[in-house]
Ligand binder design. Structure first.
Ligand SMILES: Nc1nc2c(ncn2[C@@H]2O[C@H](COP(=O)(O)OP(=O)(O)OP(=O)(O)O)[C@@H](O)[C@H]2O)c(=O)[nH]1
Ligand SMILES: [Mg+2]
Length: 708
């Protein structure tokens, strides 16, 4: 049976790791009778964390699609991992969700993970509700958590509920929207509805009024009604809240204990009554700047937000129907590859359990198998349409490591396995780096890479090794130097002869031509590895024939790919060929190429060469109490602090740090701050290394050449 667009609710569970998302999903499934027993993290039997690795770790790693029926609605629930390492799963889930459910842990308040995720919620402009979980925990503190949420997420955070008796004895919630009190049986489930006691009436009424005001604020007729009569009836209140929520003008706050199964029913009721259906959201953005309304009667467009490869099954493709309907047997066309894809079966999913269905309408989320070519971020359309849903953008990687197969013969197998994971995980980037002669993996954190390694081990039976990645240094010069070199060889018959006189100097924008030289030809090149190379041909009187220009330039460029200091790429250099000699019989391209390589090398050594290292800009967000540790650690990493300041109740540090000093930074930061800090990084620039480091790196390179 298929659900109409207006009856679909797509919610994504979000929040710092350990806030209870997976447990909350489990209670939603149980309360809605989608399951008949409630699993738990400790017993490793939740519907959402069904993969071996999730069970082993007790954390979510992948986003999981589930669905329940509650009153009139089909609620699609996507549980996401809280660890920042798996941010890709959050980005893709938010893309297809219409409401975010942000869980906060009542015993620790607004944690840094929630804060980062909130930024994504804002970017996607997703309507959101907040659920303060773990009300039963002995250290739970609803008021502080609510206060922090208001501070951090703004004044639109407005409570709907509060616990009457938080902590171990928790069983009662006062609901200021319904003006009812819910009292739960000891083992949770359906609560008794009771009148709010006199002692709580003032607080409840005050909260209720705040909700009424928020509901009236965004609709003129409701506003008038509110001013005239000082109240709104239940329908008016609901309609006002619906508008306010859809416009992100209110972030209502609920409370619950997922562990004791208290409170999820009321939240599902709110999702059914107030949260937007896919049709209530603004039309989806298309890649070409156009938009697409969520209309079941229009031509079909599906967007693939995630794929997963399951043993014995193959490709499992998760999609949202953005327009039209999809049925088994439909033939659709990939707007990127133009391939045709036949949709065999379509399913709704509860974790690994899939139930086939005969139709999914616009707005719904489902699964299909055996899709051949279509990948994450691609759109499938009815024939003749070129629609592309605006693709998702994933954050820059924050960590890199070099990988080695257990033996050389396994390399091909390893690459195949890695590319398969990267297909499913857009935040894992494989870089077969020619410059460094290493295969690098770029990811979101140590855990992200460790889990990749674990998967390759368990699924593909390849024990890859991680190794410290090399650094892409650059070499340049800081003063001018002139030198010459004669390449001469007499071997049997014809010999080789070429003599080149060269001046080299640091290149910079707008520099004057070299004094005393007559520039006949000028070539300026943007080097593929960054920086510039200017080549001046200043030969007068035909001491070298112009037909050797290319060979001479090639000789220099060849040396520039293997700098004299450390074998790294050279950049920002101007070379002037000022004189030379040739031989009527023995001169040829090869001889001049060798001569120019050799003279470039020796001139470079005399031109005060300077090694440059890549510098990254780090943006670190941490809580006050760990700020000192974070700064202290940065000092040991040759960091330049560019800025510091409060951001909400967190501190933000911006620093420039050499890439060399960032090895394993993500794990150090996590253990240094017990997870109370997050960071992003982006390449900033190349900067000169210190003389000591230059000496050390040059010596290491020299000895490696001797060994080779
Ligand atoms: N006391 C108490 N514990 C809870 C509650 N909800 C969850 N927990 C426990 O908190 C721990 C983390 O719960 P999860 O559901 O795995 O949290 P999560 O948000 O899914 O975590 P990640 O998947 O790592 O992002 C587990 O040990 C749960 O049993 C609650 O309401 N009360
Ligand atoms: Mg989880």
């Amino acid at each position: 049976m298929s659900y109409k667009t207006k009856d679909i609710r797509n919610v994504v569970l979000l929040g710092h790791s350990g806030s209870g998302k997976t447990t909350f999903a489990e209670t939603m499934l149980y309360e809605s009778k989608a399951t008949s027993r409630r699993g738990s993290i400790d017993e490793k039997n939740t519907i959402s964390d069904f993969t071996n690795i999730e069970m082993e770790r007790g954390n979510s790693i992948f986003s999981t699609l589930m669905n329940v029926k509650w009153k009139d609605s089909k609620i699609n629930i996507i549980d996401t991992p809280g660890f920042d390492d798996f941010v890709g799963e959050i980005v893709s889930s938010l893309k297809v969700a219409d409401t975010g459910v942000m869980l906060l842990n009542a015993k620790s308040g607004v944690e840094v993970g929630s804060e980062i995720i909130w930024e994504y919620v804002n970017n996607y402009q997703t309507p959101a509700i907040i659920v303060i979980n773990k009300m039963d925990h002995e250290k739970s503190d609803y008021e502080t958590t609510l206060e922090q949420a208001k501070n951090r997420f703004g004044r639109k955070v407005i409570p709907v509920q509060y616990p009457l008796n938080q902590g171990d004895g928790f069983d009662t919630i006062v609901d200021a929207l319904r003006m009812t009190m819910y009292v739960f049986p000891a083992d949770g489930g359906k609560p008794l509805k009771q009148a709010i006691p006199e002692s709580e009436m003032n607080r409840a009424q005050e909260m209720h009024n705040q909700l009424v005001e928020a509901a009236a604020e965004n609709d003129e007729t409701l506003m008038e009604k509110f001013f005239d009569s000082g109240a709104l009836n239940e329908d008016e209140l609901a309609s006002g809240l619906r508008i306010a929520l859809a416009k992100q003008e209110i972030f209502p706050v609920f409370c619950c204990s997922a562990h004791r199964n208290m409170g999820s029913g009321r939240i599902m009721g709110f999702i059914n009554d107030i949260c937007p259906s896919p049709a209530d959201r603004p039309p989806a953005k298309l890649a070409d700047g156009g938009t697409l309304s969520c209309e079941a009667n229009e031509a079909t467009s599906l967007f693939v937000y995630k794929t997963l490869s399951e043993p014995r099954i193959g490709n499992v493709t998760y999609f949202k129907v953005y327009s039209g309907k999809v049925k088994p047997g439909d033939e659709l066309f990939n707007a990127d590859t133009r391939d045709s894809e036949r949709i065999s079966q379509i399913y709704v999913a509860n974790g690994k359990n899939r139930t086939s269905t005969d139709e999914l309408c616009a707005g719904d989320i489902g699964v299909t198998l055996k899709i051949k070519e279509t990948k994450t971020n691609q759109t499938l359309n009815t024939k003749g349409l070129e629609r592309k849903i605006e693709p998702m953008e994933f954050p820059n990687s924050r960590i890199r490591v070099a990988v080695n197969p257990p033996s050389k013969q396994d390399m091909e197998k390893l690459m195949k396995a890695l590319y398969q994971i990267a297909d499913e995980d857009p935040t894992l980037i494989i870089d077969q780096n020619k410059e460094l002669k290493q295969t690098l993996l770029h990811g979101q954190g140590q855990l992200h890479l460790d889990i990749t390694k674990y998967r390759i081990d368990k699924v593909n039976n390849i024990q890859m090794e991680f190794e410290r990645p090399r650094i892409s240094y650059r070499e340049t010069i800081t003063k001018a130097a002139t030198d010459h070199y004669r390449h001469k060889k007499q071997s049997g018959g014809s010999g080789q002869f070429g003599e080149v006189h060269m001046r080299i100097e640091p290149w910079y924008e707008g520099m004057a031509d070299p004094a005393g030289l007559n520039v006949r030809k000028r070539e300026v090149e943007e080097l593929p590895w960054g920086g510039k190379f200017e080549f001046l041909w200043c030969i007068v009187g035909g001491s070298i024939d112009a037909k050797y220009i290319n060979a001479i330039k090639k000789g220099v460029l060849q040396k520039m790919t293997e700098g004299p200091l450390t074998g790294s790429y050279c950049q920002n250099i101007r070379v002037s060929i000022c004189d030379g000699k040739m031989h009527p019989v023995d001169s040829n391209d090869m001889a001049f190429m060798l001569a120019s390589s050799a003279v470039f090398r020796s001139a470079f050594q005399n031109a005060a060469p300077q090694l440059l290292e890549p510098i990254y800009e780090l943006e670190i967000l941490c809580s006050d109490d760990v700020m000192g540790d974070v700064m202290g650690d940065l000092q040991t990493r040759r960091a330049m602090i560019m800025g510091m300041g409060a951001e909400g109740h967190y501190q933000k540090i911006i620093a420039k740090v050499p890439l060399k000093e960032l090895y394993r930074y993500s794990s150090t930061l996590r253990s240094l701050t017990q997870g109370r800090a997050k960071f992003n990084r982006a390449f900033s620039e190349y900067m000169a290394v210190t003389p000591d480091l230059q000496h050390e790196l040059t010596q290491t390179y020299k000895s490696s050449l001797q060994e080779a």
